[in-house]
Design a protein. Sequence first.
Length: 375
Amino acid sequence: MSSPTDGRAGGGFGGGAGGEVSDLDAAVAAHMAQVRRLSRAGGPLSVEGPTATVNVAAWFRGGEPTPLRRRLHRQLLAEANAGAGDGQDRHAIVMAGPPGAGKSTVRVPFMAAEGLDPAAYTVIDADYFKEGLVHAALADGSYERFIKPGEVGQLEAAGERFFALEMSALLHEESGLLARAQQRQLLRAGANVILDTVLSNPDGAVELGGRLEAAGYTVTVLDVEVSAELFQARIEHRWALAYREALTGMGRAGGGRWVPSEYARMVFDGPEGPGGPSRSEVAAGRLARTCPVVLRYQVLRTAGGREQVLTGQPQLEVDLARSGPGRALVDAPGLARGVAAPPGPPEPGGGREPSAPGQDGPDGPAAGAGVDVPG
């Protein structure tokens, strides 16, 4: 089976003649193995790493940001909310599904088909704040002083090349806090929003629906799914492409964000076990069924495994709608018969799942908690 760096079908990087792996390809593959090792649970590049930003005393004390950090939060939130309008349609599009599933690929044509203007919506995405926090740390020198783990520095001294966005897991908790604060601000303002999230917590999804309903919103849920194999292949390919471009100076200098393998196992360890629906699929289904203001619910899936890493496209499986708030969720008008039924909610009493990289959007277990940063 081909790897994302071997140049064969499903990989995407060209090797030498006859399928030989170039020195650059070998360097990318070796570095991927290094980042995977460092990102294991409890490792220096894991969410729990000692240099995670919420563990830095200059920035957080007692779980709350210091005045210095609050100033940066206000700046990042103001930038993220620039252009958000008051008194809009109070419409929320909840994008669910694993990283690399193709949520952006689905969102753009869906909005065009529904006559929705993307400029009238503000995207809430914790990854936006990860990048903002990294850029701020690079600008003021705190990336070197506080964020970069000592082991990474030692490996760099020995010739290994690391880039700033590979530290993204260390900003996971803080970026999630910012995404939740942004959500609260925008819902209070009644702005149209796109919640770009994994939505891997069914209970958190129901709570999200309750907040949207209480704020007077109508909701569209778009769930974009892939297999665990294709998810892992796309994450590796996306990261390897960014790392290769950073090495050669042809792409963004920050490199790519790595998603730890433990997170992949968590996302696809749904109530039915391996081979069953992912947690995001279960959560999206529960949100659509239990929230009476969800007026449209679609599930799109890219079939196949690693061989689809470059060419696979999401196909519509489920298209359900309500004719109004509180009405029954039925097949959308014009949908062909025989469509698969959406996944039902899991049995009650399941409890909350732990937060993880990629599930750092506004649907996480602490979606209604945390520090509200004034805008």
